[in-house]
Design a protein. Sequence first.
Length: 427
Amino acid sequence: MKTKTKTKAVRGDVKDLALARDGSLRIEWAAREMPVLRQIRERFAREKPLKGVRLAACLHVTTETANLVLALRDGGAEVTLCASNPLSTQDDTAAALVADHGIPTYAIKGEDTETYYRHINAVLDAKPRITLDDGADLVSTLLTNRKEMLNGVTGGCEETTTGVIRLRSMAKEGRLRYPIIAVNDADTKHFFDNRYGTGQSTLDGITRATNVLWAGKRVVICGYGWCGRGVASRARGMGSHVVVTEVDPIRALEAAMDGHEVMPIAEAARTGDIFITLTGGLNAIGKGAFEVMKDGAIVANSGHFNVEIDIASLEAMAETKRTVRQYVEEYALEDGRKVYLLGEGRLINLAAAEGHPSAVMDMSFANQALSVEYLVHEGKNLEPQVYPVPKEIDQEVGRLKLRAMGIQIDKLSEEQKKYLSGWEMGT
Ligand code: ADE
């Protein structure tokens, strides 16, 4: 679609351009909590390190992403944006990007699968040199259905754990065709975004969808990676009794020593009030669990894809299904029990809430912006593999965030440095 704006026609497909004013105000609000990205944006505006570089971004279309896109644009890039999940788009933000900022944006909250991929293809039509992904749907579309666009691509960035896992498996099979920076794996990304971001925003999404009281509830967390750890700690902070299910013995041990109950899902399913999947895997909650759940159990996913809850089994088991609140689907089972599925099993923090708070996305997206700049210089020297964010970028993001928070830290003395680099001194 061609969308008319005051200045020029900007391509895009958004729900309603009349939402642009609200979107712009919220983008501005998010910027207040993104001081690291702001500094990068100011430098980019002066130095134009991305001049003329075409970027295709497949990210959750939120106010935080808008601030990243504007930083990249101010750096001289030509950015085209689409959604990385059918249910995570903030329609006002998408409208503001098109109407007020001239960024071609293809994203509508609730879009069907066909539209979702049409939007990804629209972004690829812009002939990107660098890709930005959150979940690797852009790269996988490029490698499977749009191979003709591969020639001009020199690098990409990946935002999330699931995407990095997919890309590593592409690289292992020799299918990856250009270098990717695993932004997720930067310490200043996953220690904070995955843990504190997912921790807070998952509870926020479930609360907004249900208005449930967390105090006194038995909350079953499936998966104790960085995201699971974050949700478990925040649920405990709200007074919930946390139960963790895991397949990895060391993570299970960690959950136990963090003070949570650990047990198989078959057992946890009998007593849980609220279930949250964050495994990155398939069917963490399946038919067996639904068969024994208590009447009124609430089930939500906060992992990247909507495959962690076996919705097909729940559908098959249900006699009737109805929407009882926005984002709450009631499944009435044969024996009279009711199970409530939130947000169609899609990531609840973005479906029913606004995703991670801006202050944490500040660091994730600072890593993205600096990794894009790095790829512009170094992409041609890299192999088609998955690379870590360079340590200097990670450390710089940490330093800038600390400074923005007004926190000072100590420096090692020469004597301390010498001790740490030697082996001679013992007892
Ligand atoms: N992923 C999780 N939260 C997000 C947000 N607020 N913006 C973009 N991507 C996100």
